[in-house]
Design a protein around this ligand. Structure first.
Ligand code: ADP
Ligand code: ZN
Length: 588
């Protein structure tokens, strides 16, 4: 039912489109269509007209308001035309002579008919054009059979975990019956998200290649058309083709272009396209063997409706490659290149922090071209350096962080601080710490919360705040004073503030304030703020103290980060046990 309403809406917009165009054409037509009402008239000079008028020979004058000539009939009903003097009193003078005056606008019966004919013609033309635009096949849809990609998983490097996830899907696509027989449903939608150039499209293609199924891809921007309703139609066409050729993969690149959160001000074309997509997704069962995949740089801008169960419910993050992944990608892209002995891919991997897979590929290609231009037999370190420099200069690349650079050091200490406080207070498990930049900021610590029902004691909440303060506190320890601390802790402070505010005002956790919800009590914000500031200072000082007492660990983790960029949970434990026996600092 919902679907019909949407269709109705779409036709309405189509009709509005046509009506607007037609009115425009009608306006033009009024000025262009020849006026036939003066056919067969004899042209005379104005003086002749005046003479005839004075001689009482004129029966009737017809004045067309927007014309430079007018016509008149003599007593024998013969028609003449002559110049219209357009003087103000013209009509008055004629009337005073007892001559009938008829004024009219352009639209005579004949002109109405010809306008009508022209409108009908334009209508046909517009409908035709509209059809043509709609039927313009979306990219890659014209020849589905040849669209089984040749790319395989072996063409993707450095994202093993993602590939492992994909392998199950390959089997699903190859033999859907196997799964549906047992009632298992193929996931309908998988979203790959992460920085541009990290291999999202490549991975989706490789999945199709491995499964031997066609790959239909369209970019979100392909759905954005100046004609309202076209995007929605394209979505339906895409699914129609996909249904015919299932099992297959439908890949929507940059899905954020259509899937942005709907709001009051949003473009209605967007909404319609998104609605069409949702309707299509709801209309098929996994059993059909269509796997819908999408990519986006950011998950958080997508409309929640897209991410709901039964739609794009599988989210796979692809991160910028860390050092070891970069090495794998470099190895893959230099396989068929003639490399000089001066090149150490390990060294290049080290120096390319922040590079995506696509950046690395481009770097190698650029270097290869440079080596050819320079007349070299092989790609040497000199060519790489030049390419590297060019890429940085062109600004395609984020500034490279030197390993000895202070900024790199600060980021490493900051992340190490979070991780160490988390380890020591045991509020979170820490599977991974990294200094590789991500969409959400520079570096990051992956925390997993030990399985709990969502109930936290006061000390657990305090510990959470301290984990958030850990980054800033570590920076302070590195830099020696509070003044030099960077703004990298912006997000951390926000999280800490939320927890503190809830502790003070909602959780009734303080004896002094009575076990009350201060907001319910209508306690002034300024009082809450005072209390929050007090608690915040206490917890921050405590965090600095903990890190100070364990500075050797902090340093060791930071150094490992500078060296390897990513430290996983086991390595973290190893560092902590290597430096000195782990002494657990009791939380406040
Ligand atoms: P995204 O879709 O994430 O923006 P693409 O898949 O379009 O990135 O990547 C562009 C190109 O960069 C790929 O075709 C490939 O040549 C290279 N590339 C990116 N990531 C990788 C990777 N992990 N392994 C190998 N090549 C990669
Ligand atoms: Zn932080």
């Amino acid at each position: 039912m919902e679907r019909y309403i949407k269709w109705g809406k779409e036709y309405k917009t189509l009709i509005i489109n046509i009506v607007v165009t037609l009115s425009f054409i009608a306006l033009i037509a009024i000025f262009v269509i020849p006026d036939n009402s003066m056919k067969g008239a004899e042209n005379v000079t104005y003086n002749q007209f005046v003479e005839m008028m004075n001689g009482n020979k004129v029966e009737k004058v017809k004045i067309q308001l927007d014309n430079s000539t007018f016509s008149f009939y003599d007593k024998e009903d013969k028609l003449y035309t002559t110049d219209n003097p357009k003087t103000e009193d013209f009509k008055k003078e004629i009337l005073e002579k007892g001559i009938k005056v008829e004024e009219y606008n352009r639209m005579t019966t004949s002109s109405i008919i010809s306008t009508f004919v022209q409108l009908t013609m334009s209508c046909v033309v517009i409908t035709f054009l509209y059809r043509m635009m709609n039927n313009r096949n979306p990219k890659n849809l014209s020849d589905p059979v040849s669209k089984v990609p040749k790319v395989k998983f072996q063409n993707v490097a450095g994202i093993e975990e993602v590939i492992t996830d994909m392998k199950v899907l390959v089997d699903f696509l190859k033999s859907p019956e196997k799964y549906t027989k047992n009632g298992a449903k193929m996931p309908k939608g998988v979203i790959l998200y992460g920085e541009p150039g990290t291999g999202k499209t490549l991975t989706a293609k490789a999945l199709a290649g491995e499964a031997g199924v066609p790959f239909y891809s369209m970019a979100g921007s392909d759905f954005m058309e100046m004609f309202v309703g076209v995007g929605a139609k394209r979505v339906r066409d895409l699914f129609k083709t996909a249904r015919k050729n299932a099992p297959c993969i439908v890949f929507l690149d940059e899905i954020d272009a259509i899937g942005k959160q709907r709001n009051k001000n949003s473009h209605s074309e967007n909404d319609q396209t998104l609605n069409a997509l949702l309707a299509e997704m709801d209309g098929f069962e996994g059993a059909e063997g269509i796997l819908l995949m999408a990519s986006t740089n950011r998950l958080d801008v997508l409309d929640p409706a897209l991410l709901r169960p039964g739609r794009f419910d599988k989210h796979i993050k692809i991160e910028l490659p860390d050092q070891s992944s970069r090495l794998e990608i470099l190895e893959l892209h230099t396989k068929n290149k003639n490399l000089d002995n001066s090149i150490s891919l390990e060294e290049i991997a080290k120096q390319t922090i922040g590079f995506s897979g696509a950046d690395l590929e481009a770097l190698i290609n650029e270097a290869t071209i440079i080596s050819v231009v320079d007349g070299k037999k092989a790609v040497d370190i000199d060519s790489i350096d030049k390419a590297f420099f060019q890429k940085v200069l062109q600004g395609h690349q984020k500034p490279i962080k030197d390993r000895n650079d202070m900024e790199m050091k600060i980021i490493a200490w900051h992340e190490a601080g979070h991780a160490l406080v988390a380890k020591l207070t045991k509020v979170f498990d820490v599977p991974k710490v990294t200094v590789v930049p991500s969409t959400s900021g520079t570096g990051g610590v992956t925390f997993t919360i030990p399985k709990k029902m969502g109930l936290y004691s006061k000390s657990e909440l305090y510990n959470r705040v301290m984990v958030n303060y850990g980054g800033r506190a570590a920076e302070e320890l590195l830099l020696g004073d509070e003044e030099s601390v960077t703004n990298g802790c912006y997000g951390d402070l926000e999280k800490a503030t939320r927890i503190i505010r809830s502790i003070i005002s909602n959780y009734g956790m303080s004896k002094e304030n009575g076990y009350l919800n201060l907001e319910v009590m209508g306690i002034r914000d300024s009082y809450i703020a005072e209390e929050a500031a007090k608690l915040s200072r206490e917890l921050y000082d405590e965090t600095v103290k903990i890190l100070e007492q364990n500075k050797c660990y902090l340093e060791a983790i930071a150094e490992a980060l500078i060296e390897k960029e990513t430290v996983n949970g086991d390595e973290l434990d190893e560092i902590l046990s290597r430096v000195k026996p782990l002494e657990i600092i009791e939380a406040v």
